[in-house]
Design a protein around this ligand. Structure first.
Ligand code: HEC
Ligand code: HEC
Ligand code: HEC
Ligand code: HEC
Length: 475
């Protein structure tokens, strides 16, 4: 099912062939005296090269094996190629359209702080503008893309002793204080990913960037984590939390929703002078659709809103009540509904939206932590799965986003049930879940087509696929 998720989540893409024609010599960052943003030398970047010794993390062993983390990352992980893509034709075109600059040669996405904030690490600007310099001999190169320290934290404070017994004896909080992120904690792990995969503040893949050619960011933690080529042991990850897939899914929903709300508050804040209304906040396929019969838009019959209303928050919010445990707090959900109404007005009021988004985001704050502690047994997962699959509103509202999120929720719960009890694995159900995923996949791009979108007869076929899942669950 993993590849299916990958295809499904490829989302809306621009069909231009990517070539890595312009990969130049390694553009090293200047090496000189030590200083980092915040002025804390313990948070210096050391670079993926520092982890690449054979005896450390470059053991050349099989994918995911201990001691071969660097090997796995450099060979299999798309993060290792995150700067390489900035040399491709697609990035050049994005930059050209973004800057309205006709001269392709003047465009350097590989040096654009906006791009590098996500394609290397957030907070890279001071290094680029050389107000902060790297220590002499540091192996850091931004050509390494999203490398070890983007997730594990700048290694200046721990590189030389993180393999000692003394270090291993330290608590996660002590390690954190020295700059190492706690990637074992699922909430913190999800928060790491959303910085780049949802965006924050000015580090934003908005509709301007999407229309220029950037893929839409539609992050779902459970699926992205499953798709990321792992340089760690999945067994260890799941030890003590066999319900891992369901728990990660729920935490990811809450963390992503919170990040999306913070981003909305930033976009809405008049001070920030962002484009408004921000089209990327709405269901893409409400505007981008073809007008043939039976498409997702025409099928929408259960919407309460007036025709022509743009559905807001179609990706990050449809599953939130389920993620919070099926009995999500009423106050939070009411506030979210009011925010939705405010966003769906013609010409949404920026000040009002900002205040509402901040308030809902504040109410969500305790949830990821709470969900991280919540354990599910097989019976609880059975119940949750049945409840989620029975509620077909997301499909009857004919939003591809909602239906795709529903599918991912079903798949996560089913995987967790399997992990809890292999004996009770249900191959029929599994096949039907895969069939639902298939119905949601976008048809292949035609040559010259600019963006792809869901299959035309999608809603009907998705509805049928969901019904078959419901039937399998009744047995
Ligand atoms: C908010 C973070 C963010 C910003 C800002 C950003 N990107 Fe991205 N970019 C991503 C993520 C995340 C992906 C992977 C998307 C996915 O598959 O879900 C991506 C994917 C891409 C891809 C497709 C890569 C592939 O393998 O097909 C290109 C090309 C790209 N970005 C170029 C750019 C350029 C050029 C800029 C600057 C103008 C930029 N990006 C700014 C986060 C960002
Ligand atoms: C996109 C984020 C990301 C990047 C990039 C990344 N890691 Fe990881 N790494 C993780 C996550 C998540 C885990 C699993 C949680 C854990 O065990 O800490 C992990 C686990 C590990 C572990 C196992 C820790 C343990 O206690 O078992 C090592 C070692 C490691 N990474 C080293 C590296 C090295 C070296 C690089 C660069 C070559 C790297 N990582 C790049 C996210 C990342
Ligand atoms: C520093 C920013 C950054 C962080 C942090 C980050 N990513 Fe990414 N991720 C990217 C970019 C940029 C790409 C696109 C790379 C490319 O295609 O060249 C990407 C691509 C991916 C892909 C491939 C997507 C596809 O369409 O094939 C997966 C899966 C993924 N990331 C998962 C994760 C997970 C899980 C985490 C958290 C543990 C994470 N990422 C953290 C920036 C980041
Ligand atoms: C309110 C309606 C509306 C919404 C919602 C909307 N768009 Fe657009 N989009 C437009 C318009 C109008 C244009 C053409 C003007 C422009 O380029 O900005 C456009 C242009 C584009 C283009 C460039 C098409 C081309 O041929 O160059 C892409 C790609 C795109 N949108 C993708 C998306 C995605 C993905 C989403 C959802 C995240 C989205 N749009 C949401 C109205 C919308």
């Amino acid at each position: 099912m993993r590849w299916l998720l990958a295809c499904l989540l490829a989302g809306v893409v621009i069909a231009v062939g990517d070539g890595f024609a312009r990969r130049s010599s390694r553009a090293e960052l200047p090496g000189a005296a030590a200083a980092t943003p915040g002025g804390r030398p313990e948070y210096e970047l050391r670079g993926a090269g520092s982890c690449a010794a054979a005896a450390c993390h470059n053991g050349n062993g099989p994918k995911g094996s201990k001691g071969s983390e660097y090997t796995t990352w450099v060979i299999h992980d798309p993060h290792a190629r995150a700067v390489e893509v900035l040399y491709g034709k697609r990035s050049l075109q994005i930059e050209k359209k973004r800057k309205h600059s006709p001269e392709v040669d003047e465009n350097h996405p590989e040096r654009d702080p906006l791009c590098l904030n996500c394609h290397v690490r957030p907070g890279i600007e001071p290094y680029l503008t050389q107000t902060h310099k790297l220590p002499r001999g540091a192996a850091f190169s931004y050509e390494d893309g999203v490398s070890c320290e983007a997730c594990h934290g700048a290694a200046g404070g721990w590189l030389t002793d993180h393999y000692t017994a003394e270090w291993r004896g330290k608590s996660a909080a002590q390690k954190e204080a020295e700059g190492m992120c706690n990637t074992k904690d699922l909430r913190l792990r999800a928060e790491l990913c959303v910085r780049c995969h949802v965006g924050r503040g000015d580090i934003d893949v908005n509709h301007d960037l999407i229309a220029a050619g950037h893929p839409r960011l539609a992050f779902e933690f459970g699926a992205f984590l499953a798709n990321m080529p792992k340089h760690w042991s999945e067994e260890t990850d799941k030890a003590g939390r066999r319900d891992f897939e369901a728990r990660a899914w729920a935490i990811g929903q809450a963390v992503s929703a919170k990040a999306a709300l913070k981003l909305l508050a930033h976009r809405a804040d008049v001070k920030n002078k962002r484009p408004w209304p921000e089209f990327a906040e709405y269901d893409c396929f409400a505007c981008h659709h073809d007008l043939k019969a039976q498409n997702w838009r025409r099928e929408r019959k259960e919407r309460k809103e007036l025709p022509g209303t743009l559905p807001w928050g179609s990706w990050y919010f449809p599953m939130l009540p389920d993620a919070l445990g099926g009995e999500a707090p009423k106050e939070l959900m009411d506030e979210l509904s009011s925010l939705r109404e405010a966003m769906q007005l013609f010409g949404p009021d920026q000040q009002d939206v900002m205040a509402r988004a901040q308030s809902v985001s504040a109410k969500l704050r305790p949830w990821p932590e709470k969900l991280a502690r919540q354990e599910h047994d097989r019976a609880a997962l059975d119940k949750a799965l049945k409840r989620i699959a029975a509620d077909d509103r997301r499909v009857s509202e004919a939003s591809w986003d909602g239906a795709a999120q529903l599918y991912l929720a079903i798949a996560a719960h089913d995987s967790a049930r399997d992990d809890l009890d292999r004996e009770k694995r249900d191959p029929v159900l599994k096949t039907r879940i895969q069939a639902l995923g298939k119905q949601l996949s976008f048809p292949p791009l035609a040559p010259g087509q600019h963006y792809d979108s869901p299959a035309e007869d999608g809603p009907k076929r998705v509805q049928e696929a969901l019904k078959r899942i419901q039937q399998a669950l009744q047995k």
